[in-house]
Design a protein around this ligand. Structure first.
Ligand SMILES: [Mg+2]
Length: 252
């Protein structure tokens, strides 16, 4: 892995699309969630004006922009409202992609997840560790204060499913298939691109499969994921900010 400072113009030659993870890349890590009985409160993070302008700038330079997140579509639309005409959104860990108001579904998880949901509700009922179930369509996301053995045990009994702890929540996903890699592969088809045309940036364990599917993977946390380049975590700019500054500078 090379530091981003060593990226040169030639590295960008074939790139046509930049895929951004959201949390820890375009916004600081962490989702605030609170669930009391049937009332769930979510605190939506906003994308800073500066990043909105940078994305606009990349788009003007001819790049396609894909946002790839574990979050739900409703929340991502809210976050990227100002630049929705310029981006496509792949949501819930590669499960589906929104582009210009059209939704492309990449996986049907209903049969494999419908039975585990009540079990997870039961095992987390009245648990002091539970912060809340995040509303999702294709995956199950359970926010907890800390890792939870009971949740892990329930999912472990199901051979088709897997848990992924990201430091603040568990995603319950279909083993091997329901990953951000699925999303990036489909996004490539939608936009008729090849692996070599894709630059992808992510910071967390659930980004590695996606990064592996891109010709130019960028790690925003080299202790968690590998890439051709990495962006140092410390520093005053968000990883996406650093990357976009670099691309814009190289493409002057
Ligand atoms: Mg992330």
């Amino acid at each position: 892995m090379k530091p981003l400072s060593q990226m040169v113009k030639k590295d960008l030659e074939k790139i046509k699309m930049v895929v951004f993870d959201v949390d820890g890349v375009l916004v600081p890590r962490g989702t605030k969630i609170k669930q009391i009985g049937h009332t769930t409160t979510l605190n939506t993070k906003v994308i800073a004006k500066k990043q909105i302008e940078q994305i606009r700038e990349l788009y003007k330079k001819g790049y396609l922009i894909n946002i790839s997140s574990g979050r739900g579509l409703y929340m991502l639309q809210e976050m990227f409202r100002e630049i929705l005409p310029f981006v496509s959104i792949t949501y819930e860990c590669g499960s589906a992609t929104w582009h210009n108001g059209k939704i492309y579904q990449h996986i049907n998880s209903f049969e494999l997840t419908k039975d585990i949901f009540p079990k997870l509700q039961k095992v987390t009922n009245k648990s002091k560790n539970l912060k809340g179930f995040e509303p999702k369509e294709f995956i199950i996301t359970i926010h907890c204060k800390k890792p939870d053995k009971k949740i892990e045990a329930v999912v472990k009994k199901d051979k088709n499913l897997v848990t992924l702890w990201n430091g603040e929540a568990y995603d319950v996903l279909i083993k091997k298939t329901q990953t951000k890699a699925l999303g990036i592969k489909h996004a490539m088809k939608i936009f008729k691109l090849k692996k070599e045309n894709i630059m992808a940036i992510g910071d967390n364990y659930n980004d590695q499969e996606m990064l592996n599917e891109s010709g130019m993977p960028i790690s925003a946390d080299k202790s968690r994921v590998n890439g051709s380049f990495y962006i140092p975590l410390e520093g005053k700019f968000l990883p996406a900010d650093n990357l976009m500054q670099k691309i814009i500078e190289l493409k002057k």
